[in-house]
Design a protein around this ligand. Structure first.
Ligand code: S3P
Length: 161
């Protein structure tokens, strides 16, 4: 089984993927961690030194490297859907794409208490625009959509199972 979680920054991909992996006894990987490992530096540093385009290059390499894996839950970065090829690669080997859908209001609540520094969330107005521009793309790529506003993590896992 190969499960790919997509959604905006702060939509709960990391939390859900960890618990889902534990529940289904599947390996869990985080694409942002893999990008950082490949680049040898943290995400904000990649953005600062080389720009977003370079980050996207690393991200696409990681998506390609994950095309043949199985028995895994993949937590993606929020922008993975910007390149169709990423989704094609991630989907290979019978991957199922799950969109963790939220409102922007919920995202704001979650991101403000989150510890991961996010270069594309430094300006809330810009982040909201990004959110609006991506909503339909997440929906387009999803096999399953789960609305997560106000839903307990355990209930999301149960729905997914
Ligand atoms: C990004 C989301 C981040 C990370 C990078 C870009 C985006 O991942 O990949 O900062 O474009 O939405 P999370 O969704 O895990 O925060």
């Amino acid at each position: 089984m190969k499960i790919i979680l997509i959604g905006f920054m702060g939509s709960g991909k990391s939390t859900i993927s960890k618990l889902l992996g534990k529940t289904l006894n599947l390996k869990v990987v985080d694409m942002d961690d893999m990008v950082e490992e490949l680049a040898g530096m943290k995400t904000p540093e990649i953005f600062d030194k080389f720009g977003e385009a370079k980050f996207r290059e690393f991200e696409s390499k990681v998506a390609k490297n994950l095309s043949q894996v199985d028995d895994i839950v993949i937590s993606t970065g929020g922008g993975v859907i910007l390149n169709k090829l990423n989704i094609i690669n991630l989907r290979k080997n019978n991957g199922r794409v799950v969109f963790l859908r939220t409102t922007f209001e919920e995202i704001v609540k979650r991101v403000s208490v989150h510890d991961r520094p996010r270069p594309l969330f430094s300006d809330i107005k810009k982040a909201e625009k990004l959110f609006e521009s991506r909503k339909a793309i997440y929906e387009f790529h999803a096999d399953i959509i789960i609305d997560t506003d106000g839903v307990k993590v355990e209930d999301i896992i149960n729905q997914l199972i």
